[in-house]
Design a protein around this ligand. Structure first.
Ligand SMILES: [Ca+2]
Ligand SMILES: [Ca+2]
Length: 272
């Protein structure tokens, strides 16, 4: 009843003028985030937050007029907050074809609260065989991502950063991050950063610039040098990177820093 009524009134008034409280919500205090692409429409609803707690967070996916999924979302705790579209409007849910198979996926992003951490995505794709939506979860750490078509092939990439570098060598504020780019294929997130050498190269230059700036301002710059070196490894220029880092960093703890850095970059997979 609710579904029929809401889809009729939505088609009448259109998405732009969609009133969140009047049509969809079970109670007067609920809020919604909505997205649509082609014949797929997705809605996240939740009770209006009290004391930062978000209760009854639900996802509903309607495909070709049929409700395929309508369920409570797996929040880890009630401080997990749906964030809408990280790349644009806050109340817009990304519904977009991520893999070029002409079927839109749905990205539900959450922020776990706290000072920084963390953002994660639940990505839903329609499985033709089972006629159900199948989800994966991807962790972004503090940094999140932006959906951008970086290679201009008509499909979005997830433009992000390697968040494992947060606090690795210094405070959060003085931490630098290597570039990280992901795409979604066959229901999986794949790290495709190395396919974008030009972007990595620009990114490395920016990290180096920031390093020289904050070094002049009195920071030791360890966080940015670490990220710079990781970018250089992504470019296949690890040796050159080490030379520059070793020339730049002259502080008394340099032997330990270089050893820690080498260990960290090996553990994070930048080299073997
Ligand atoms: Ca798709
Ligand atoms: Ca692309």
């Amino acid at each position: 009843m609710m579904t029929i009524r809401s889809s009729i009134s939505q088609s009448l008034i259109g998405l732009a003028f969609f009133s969140t409280t009047a049509v969809f919500t079970p109670t007067a205090t609920a809020e919604t985030i909505i997205g649509q692409s082609g014949n797929v429409r997705a809605e996240i609803s939740y009770d209006k937050p009290e004391e930062y707690q978000y209760k009854n967070v639900r996802l509903k996916i309607i495909r070709a007029g049929k409700t395929i999924l309508d369920q409570k979302l797996p929040q880890e705790n009630e401080y997990d907050r749906p964030v809408g579209n990280l790349s644009g409007q806050e109340n817009n849910l990304p519904v977009q074809d991520l893999d070029g198979k002409k079927e839109p996926e749905i990205i539900a992003d959450f922020f776990t609260g706290g000072a920084h951490c963390c953002i994660y995505s639940l990505i839903y794709r329609y499985d033709n065989k089972s006629q159900k939506y199948i989800k994966i979860r991807h962790e972004w750490g503090n940094g999140g991502y932006q959906l951008k078509d970086l290679d201009k092939d008509g499909l979005p990439e997830f433009d992000s950063r390697d968040d494992r570098f947060a606090y690795a060598f210094t405070s959060y504020a003085a931490s630098g991050y290597p570039l990280q780019i992901w795409h979604y294929r066959q229901g999986k997130m794949i790290d495709v950063t190395r396919r974008y050498p030009k972007l990595i190269s620009n990114h490395a230059s920016e990290l180096w610039q920031t390093y020289t700036q904050i070094e002049q301002e009195g920071d030791d710059g360890k966080g940015f040098l670490a990220a710079y070196l990781a970018d250089k490894y992504l470019l296949g220029q690890g040796e050159d990177g080490w030379q520059r880092v070793q020339q730049a960093y002259k502080k008394s703890d340099r032997t330990k820093y270089f050893a820690d850095l080498r260990k960290f970059l090996r553990e994070t997979g930048y080299f073997r």
